[in-house]
Design a protein. Structure first.
Length: 439
């Protein structure tokens, strides 16, 4: 456990705002008539003239504006983006990894970025985020002078007072942000995400920030259960998104980042990552002197394209199989965290049956028939009261790029994931009361 000391402060790899933000400046009211204004009274500054609403197309064509990329092929400047994934897939790791590269103007795993100040609204798990940033700086590049700022907590962006306070603090910074990350939408929104009023308020706040600072806004969110791959909640968010990326879990702890939407352009090539365990410096050791570990994303080879087991199956069977794959993936992560072989992952049939009923509406009386249909296609194996997946291709042999990863990377994605599985939900941090479902 870290002590509040000068040494600890020096070890923090990026800057933080004050615990209490300064209130927004207030302007005094100038009376329409009456005594002359005194020297101590403040006058409001005149508003800047509005730009014209319409521009002739010839003028626009005469001044072409190439795409202004923040992260080439992935994130355009002055747009709204979303990163969608199930809990535990590594969303916060991916967002922090990109944020560090943008703050430093460093290539993001071979992809050019444009240097810009970054604001990271961390809704929870701030201490874990600091440790991850420390691990990142050990492996890649020091963040000690990087313009990367982490919030002290969540900000309900659809509440005008909270938004105003945040804007006042941003306005006092030396430079406006070029990249704003909201982790997660659920923590950055006040109210029900299925409500049109709440979600429209959230989207409006993003638009305000984006237009005020000409920054890229990235929202970390969860997928819809009814429509996997789409953002959960009211459709107002989906309509506002210019770029959408999803994270998919593959065998052996590999995650694949997919650019599923790019408004007005081609989608980027998918990227694959594993997790690398990093031991932090002695100053980060716990109160008993035990070393502290965290993790970073490490690029690895793209696994073979997954088989398409849904072909020839009915809707309910495809949904049930998708649910089983999720349950198996969760069990794999548990095994990896315990240092065991993920290939041994099995799920109880009763657990699968209950999840299929709750999430896909499968009648339990027809469940045995559904299971036999999937088993007959060679997609699953039944062993007593347990079921496991039979995959046509394996991603467990995917290895890290030695040129990028260095000698400390494990030879396989499964081994590399053994800790995050090593930092994702470590026992010591779970005991400290932090919620790691949102990473």
């Amino acid at each position: 456990m870290l002590n509040d000391s000068d040494d600890w402060t020096a070890a923090v790899p990026f800057s933080f705002g004050d615990d209490e933000a300064e209130p927004a400046p207030r302007l005094s009211v100038v009376p329409a008539a009456g005594p002359s204004v005194g020297a101590g009274d403040a006058l409001p500054e005149p508003e800047a003239p509005r730009p014209p609403l319409f521009t002739r197309i010839g003028e626009l064509l005469a001044h072409p504006q190439p795409v202004d990329w923040l992260v080439k092929g992935w994130l355009e400047r002055d747009t709204t983006a979303a990163l969608i994934a199930e809990p535990g897939r590594g969303k916060s790791f991916a967002a922090l990894d990109m944020a560090c590269c943008v703050a430093l103007g460093r290539d993001w795993h071979g992809i050019p970025t444009k240097q810009a100040p970054v604001l990271f609204l961390a809704g929870e798990g701030r201490a874990a985020m600091v440790r991850r940033a420390c691990a990142w700086s050990i492996v890649y590049e020091s963040l000690s002078a990087a313009p990367l700022h982490l919030s002290s907590g969540a900000v309900a962006l659809n509440e005008p007072d909270a938004l105003g306070i945040m804007q006042a603090e941003i306005d006092a910074m030396p430079e406006p942000p070029g990249f704003l990350i909201v982790d997660t939408l659920q923590r950055g929104l006040s109210g029900d995400e299925n409500s049109a009023e709440a979600m429209n308020g959230f989207v409006s706040a993003l638009d305000t920030l984006r237009q005020r600072y000409h920054c890229t806004c990235l929202v970390i969110h969860h997928p819809s259960k009814a429509t996997p791959g789409e953002p959960r909640g009211h459709s107002a968010l989906k309509g506002a998104i210019d770029t959408m990326a999803t994270l998919e879990a593959r065998e052996g702890g590999v995650i694949v980042l997919i650019n599923s939407k790019q408004r007005g352009g081609d989608t980027a090539r998918p990227l694959a990552f594993g997790f690398r365990t990093v031991e932090l410096p002695p100053a980060w050791s716990d109160e008993d002197g035990n070393p502290t570990e965290s993790a970073i994303l490490a690029p690895c080879d793209l696994p073979n394209a997954p088989a398409r087991p849904e072909k020839g199956l009915g809707d309910k069977q495809r949904l049930a199989l998708s649910i089983l794959k999720r349950l198996v993936a969760e069990h794999e992560r548990n095994l990896l965290q315990a240092g065991r072989d993920a290939k041994a992952a099995k799920v109880e049939l009763s657990t699968w049956r209950a999840a299929a009923k709750e999430e896909a509406g499968v009648d339990t009386r027809n469940f045995s028939k559904l299971v036999r249909r999937i088993e007959d296609r060679g997609l699953i194996a039944i062993d007593g009261a347990f079921v496991s997946l039979i995959l046509a291709s394996s991603a467990s042999s995917a290895s890290f790029d030695a040129g990028d990863a260095g000698s400390r990377f494990a030879s396989s994605a499964s081994h590399a994931f053994r800790r995050d599985a090593g930092d994702a939900i470590p026992d010591a941090e779970a005991d400290a009361g932090e919620n790691y479902e949102e990473f």
